[in-house]
Design a protein around this ligand. Structure first.
Ligand SMILES: C[S@@+](CC[C@H](N)C(=O)[O-])C[C@H]1O[C@@H](n2cnc3c(N)ncnc32)[C@H](O)[C@@H]1O
Length: 285
C-alpha cells in the first residue's frame, strides 16, 4: 500500500513569502531587527576571523590593532549592507555603520564598565519600551502649551474639561494647563519611569493640580476624557486613531502635536509658531 505524507514540503515561494512576513514583523520593531543584523554579522565575522587564522598572513599578524580594526570595519560594512537589503531606514544604516566603530573606540580609551552600567540604567529609565512603542521622549515647547490653552479657552472658557496628555514626559504641558485652567481635571500618563518620577516630584514641588500616573495609555478608556492630547510619533498614529475612534465620546476632541493621521478625516490645523510644530485637532462625531 502506498503511503502519502500529510505534510507537504513548503515551496520556495512559500518560504520566501514566510521570510518576507517575518521581515515585515521585525521592521515594526526596528531595534530588535538592528540587534539581529549586528548579531548575524558578528557571527559571520567570527567565522571569517577563525578561518583567517588558519591562513598565514604576515601583514595582519604584524599589527594586531590594524587587524582588529579591519574586522571592526568589516562588521560595519556588512551590517550596513544587510540593513540596506532588509529595507531599514537610512538613519538605521548610519547607526549600523558607526556603532561597531564607536564600540571599538570606547574599548581603546578603556572606559570603566560601571560607566556603561550607569549609562544603560539611565537610558533604560528614560526610554523604557521605546524599542517597542517607537515613541521616544522629547518635550514640547511653551508656544505649543499656549496654543493648546487658547484652543481650550475657545472651546469652553468656563465649563471645566477633563483632559489627558498621553505620554506626558516631564509633565510641563499638563502643569501649564492645570495652572491656567484650575477648574479642569488635568492628567498625564507616562510609560517610562524616569520622566514620570520627575513629573510627579515637580508637580508636588510646584503644588500643581495635574495628576501623573505611570502606565500605558493603551490601557485607558478614552471615553473618560473631553480632550486627549498626544505628542507621539508617526509609528503610533494608526493605532491611536483606531482606539480614539472606537472609544471617544461624540463632541470630545483628539489633538496630536506634529503628527497627522492619514487614516483620519482632515483635521482642524492650528499653527503654534514659526519654529514649533502644528496641532492637528479631530472632533469626534
Ligand atoms: C514626545 S514625548 C512627549 C512628552 C510630553 N507630552 C510633552 O509634550 O512634552 C512622548 C512621551 O510618550 C511616552 N510614551 C510612549 N508610548 C507610551 C505609552 N504607550 N503610554 C504612555 N506613555 C508613552 C514616551 O515615554 C515619551 O515620554
Amino acid at each position: 500500500m502506498q503511503m502519502h505524507s500529510q505534510h507537504k514540503q513548503p515551496s520556495l515561494f512559500e518560504n520566501v513569502a514566510w521570510s518576507a512576513r517575518v521581515l515585515q514583523a521585525l521592521n515594526k520593531t526596528p531595534a530588535l531587527l538592528a540587534l539581529l543584523v549586528q548579531g548575524v554579522t558578528l557571527g559571520l565575522i567570527w567565522l571569517y576571523a577563525n578561518l583567517w587564522n588558519e591562513i598565514p598572513n604576515p601583514l595582519f599578524k604584524l599589527d594586531l590593532t590594524f587587524y582588529i580594526f579591519s574586522l571592526v570595519l568589516l562588521q560595519s560594512m556588512i551590517a550596513t549592507t544587510i540593513a540596506t537589503c532588509v529595507g531599514m531606514a537610512v538613519w538605521w544604516r548610519w547607526i549600523h555603520f558607526f556603532f561597531p566603530i564607536a564600540l571599538w573606540m570606547m574599548s581603546i580609551v578603556q572606559v570603566p564598565s560601571s560607566v556603561y552600567l550607569l549609562g544603560f540604567i539611565f537610558t533604560l529609565a528614560l526610554y523604557w519600551t521605546t524599542f517597542k512603542t517607537r515613541v521616544p521622549f522629547y518635550p514640547s515647547r511653551p508656544a505649543v502649551w499656549q496654543a493648546l490653552f487658547q484652543y481650550m479657552q475657545q472651546r469652553s472658557a468656563h465649563q471645566p474639561l477633563r483632559m489627558i496628555d498621553i505620554g506626558s514626559g516631564l509633565g510641563d504641558l499638563s502643569m501649564y494647563i492645570a495652572q491656567k485652567r484650575p477648574n479642569d481635571v488635568v492628567e498625564g500618563i507616562e510609560i517610562a519611569p524616569l520622566p514620570w518620577l520627575i513629573s510627579k516630584v515637580r508637580s508636588r514641588i510646584k503644588g500643581s493640580n495635574a495628576k501623573f500616573t505611570i502606565g500605558n495609555y493603551e490601557k485607558l478608556n478614552f471615553a473618560d476624557y473631553d480632550i486627549v492630547f498626544a505628542y507621539l510619533s508617526p509609528a503610533a498614529m494608526p493605532n491611536l486613531w483606531k482606539k480614539a475612534s472606537q472609544e471617544m465620546r461624540k463632541g470630545s476632541v483628539l489633538i496630536s502635536l506634529e503628527f497627522d493621521i492619514p487614516e483620519a478625516l482632515p483635521p482642524q490645523v492650528i499653527h503654534t509658531g514659526k519654529s514649533t510644530p502644528k496641532l492637528f485637532v479631530w472632533r469626534m462625531s
